[in-house]
Design a protein around this ligand. Structure first.
Ligand SMILES: [Zn+2]
Length: 347
């Protein structure tokens, strides 16, 4: 009896000591060490089970029952402590990694289209509605495409109208206008009728001033067909100008000269700053030049692959930068390419 009483007393001490130690465990590693020490194979409570066969037969049930109780109590305490530690760890992590939603967000800086791009897209749209397609041609051209095939032979004084960037390869230049695209479009589509616009950057070797830059966007307009007349030219360009500058804007065509058109003209709109009275922007004339145009020269049609006795056509060219400048009263063309945000953000 004394043996059994001793063992039962011992088991109570084992339980009390283990539970007390468990309360001091602070982390996962400590918890695992505690489990090995108090519920593992060599733990005091398990030793009682191991030695059970050595106890007197009549005492075994009481000892076994008590040992089981202790084992279950320790397992249950372990599980509770495990939960408590996990919750503590979680709430600590939540506290440490807390997201402060009251902090003001970083300001987004959405981009926007450049004034020039927006003007170009508007030009595409207006001509698109009249059945014109966009046709792209190269920025780097041969002397032949840029001049020769456009009825500007070598040593012709008309070449002085375009100060040219020549490359180190003889006969290769940066295009001075979008007109070489006329030849390319005609050679691609001949003998079908053509309605295209040719937008692109042009380059001229000249002094940069408030009105001229060494590079600028130009849009060429080209229509070729069997019965195209000067009336078609006037109608198309008038429609374009009215939709671009306002339905009641006054327009005029003024005789001019270009080697690749005959007859040639320039189109002016009434100065919308002074209303035609005369001001510094229109140089006191009351008119602003918006584009050059004309009926295609027979030689150019022929160079494009069309028989000038059967076909006719008109062409026009305008600077899109100038359109934007006129509409927004920008006085200096250099602003367009200076990348100054104070300027760009206004549009
Ligand atoms: Zn004016």
């Amino acid at each position: 009896m004394t043996d059994a009483t001793d063992i039962l007393e011992q088991l109570s001490q084992i339980q009390a000591a283990a539970l007390e130690e468990l309360q001091r465990v602070k982390d996962e590693a400590g918890l695992q060490a505690w489990k090995a020490g108090h519920l593992g194979r060599n733990s005091p409570v398990m030793q009682v089970f191991t030695k059970l066969p050595q106890a007197p037969k009549e005492e075994r049930p009481a000892i076994g029952q008590r040992a089981n109780q202790v084992k279950l109590a320790l397992e249950s305490a372990f599980s509770t402590r495990n939960e408590t530690l996990k919750e503590a760890a979680l709430s600590q992590a939540l506290q440490a990694e807390r997201l402060d939603v009251t902090l003001p967000g970083r300001e987004q800086a959405p981009g926007r289209l450049h004034l020039e791009t927006r003007t170009l897209r508007e030009v595409y749209h207006l001509f698109g509605e009249m059945g014109f397609q966009v046709y792209r041609s190269p920025d780097v051209e041969t002397d032949d495409f840029n001049f020769g095939l456009l009825n500007i032979p070598e040593y012709h004084p008309a070449r002085d109208m375009w100060d040219t960037f020549h490359t180190t390869t003889p006969g290769v230049v940066l295009r001075t206008h979008t007109s070489p695209g006329q030849i390319r479009a005609m050679r691609e589509f001949a003998p079908d009728p053509i309605r295209v616009i040719l937008p692109g950057m042009c380059y001229r070797y000249e002094q940069v001033t408030v009105r001229a830059d060494i590079q600028f966007y130009q849009v060429e307009v080209l229509a070729v067909g069997r019965r195209i007349t000067f009336g078609d030219l006037k109608g198309t360009l008038t429609q374009f100008a009215r939709r671009m500058y306002g339905a009641d804007v006054r327009l005029r065509l003024r005789p001019s000269y270009f080697p690749f058109t005959e007859p040639s003209a320039e189109m002016d709109v009434e100065c919308f700053i002074c209303g035609g009275k005369g001001c510094p922007v229109c140089k006191q004339s009351g008119w602003l030049e918006i584009l050059g145009c004309g009926m295609m020269h027979p030689t150019v049609l022929q160079n494009g692959g069309y028989d000038p006795r059967e076909f006719s056509g008109f062409a026009a060219g305008m600077g899109s930068g100038r359109i934007g400048m006129l509409r927004h009263r920008i006085k200096d063309i250099r602003y367009l390419w200076e990348d100054d945000m104070r300027f760009l953000e206004q549009f």
